[in-house]
Design a protein around this ligand. Structure first.
Ligand code: HMG
Ligand code: MG
Length: 304
């Protein structure tokens, strides 16, 4: 057991984007900036701060331009944002972003509900974003959603995700984040998916983006760690979900991920106590109790 654990992994924080896109309350700009500052103060080095998508589709992030313009990444911290099309790239560029993320699903129905296109047309349209962004020196991350299951189609053959991941890497993405969009994955399934991926795409190019809807996210992360994955997405407090994936609940909570990793001797560069403070900021700005386990229980157990 645990023979392949690394000394260190990279955590990619998605709460200002995946978290806030799914909140009922529209969070004011100043509160979003407070959350981003708190995440930076906790030592997160990679943060997805917003989405340059259509405000008609995701009104919660309609202020993406201002969020990107007014949030400041200190040296060594990378901010990223979702970007679905040329319009999104133009907005990201104008706001000074150095990294964007493109996204597509492994299942047709979710993809159409999410971006109103077929998978093939979505990938073809990435010519408008990935290439031009790279030509300007921006880094591009790629997401493949519904890899563990689709809310409309059920099980999804892992070979679909593998084919899309290979294509996005060829097109110029530096990394592919595989999404369990609705949090249905279980550990053996994760091993099957990563095994299939490993034959075609090196684990160093793959990240895992687990939603914790059914409490299996950390178990899946552990399988990923053993199988060579060194990049994990998470959202402080366990906020999040995709509005176009019914039943999708929070992402894996960053505090839960970091607590487990540090407890196993895997470094992240994150200060867990300050991360817990960031989780409290997140909770106060959305005005509802967040579900993360460490967020609710605290870091330390009570001493007798
Ligand atoms: P559409 O309606 O097919 O296309 O949307 P459109 O070109 O007709 O655009 C509709 C309107 O939006 C137009 O305005 C456009 O100008 C405008 P109108 O003419 O009606 O006034 N528009 C834009 N405005 C600002 N910025 C833009 C932009 N693009 C168009 N970039 C589109 C197609 C892709 C735009 C739309 O479907 C969309 O924005 N979808 C985004 C959905 C989304 O953000 N979902 C959640 C993120 S994915 C996720 O959560 C999963 C993930 O976390 C991983 C996982 O969990 O698996 C990443
Ligand atoms: Mg997500």
């Amino acid at each position: 057991m645990f023979e392949n654990l690394p000394d260190r992994v990279s955590v990619y924080e998605v709460s200002p984007r995946d978290g806030l896109q799914n909140e009922r309350a529209t969070v004011p700009l100043v509160s979003k900036l407070r959350l981003i500052d708190a995440l930076v103060a906790a030592g997160l080095g990679r943060i997805e701060i917003t989405s340059f998508v259509s405000p008609k589709w995701i009104p919660q992030l309609a202020d993406a331009d201002e969020v990107a313009q007014y949030s400041r990444a200190p040296a060594g911290v990378v901010f990223s944002a979702l970007c679905p099309n040329a319009r999104g790239l133009a907005r990201a560029r104008a706001a000074g972003m150095r990294e964007i993320a493109v996204f597509v699903s492994a299942s047709e129905t979710h993809n159409r509900k999410n971006v109103n296109k077929t998978i093939a047309d979505t990938i073809a349209a990435f010519e408008e974003t990935i290439g031009p962004a790279r030509a300007e020196g921006m880094r591009v991350r790629g997401y493949v959603s519904t890899v563990w299951g689709c809310p409309y189609e059920g099980e999804v053959d892992p070979k679909r995700a593998v084919g899309i991941a290979k294509k996005l890497l060829e097109m110029g993405c530096y990394q592919i984040s595989l999404g369990d969009t609705i949090g249905v994955g279980t550990p053996r399934q994760t091993a099957r998916i990563l095994e299939r991926m490993r034959g075609e795409v090196g684990p160093d190019r793959v990240a895992m983006h687990m939603h914790d809807t059914r409490g299996t996210a950390l178990a899946n992360v552990l399988v990923g760690l053993e199988m060579g994955i060194r990049d994990f997405d998470a959202s402080v407090g366990g906020m999040g979900g995709c509005p176009y994936a019914p039943g999708a609940a929070g992402n894996l909570a960053t505090e839960d991920l970091v607590y487990m990793l540090h407890g196993m001797g895997v470094e992240t560069g994150i200060d867990l106590e300050r991360l817990v403070e960031a989780g409290k900021v997140a909770e106060s700005i959305v005005g509802r109790l967040l579900p993360g386990k460490v967020h609710l229980a605290g870091v330390r157990s009570l001493k007798a």
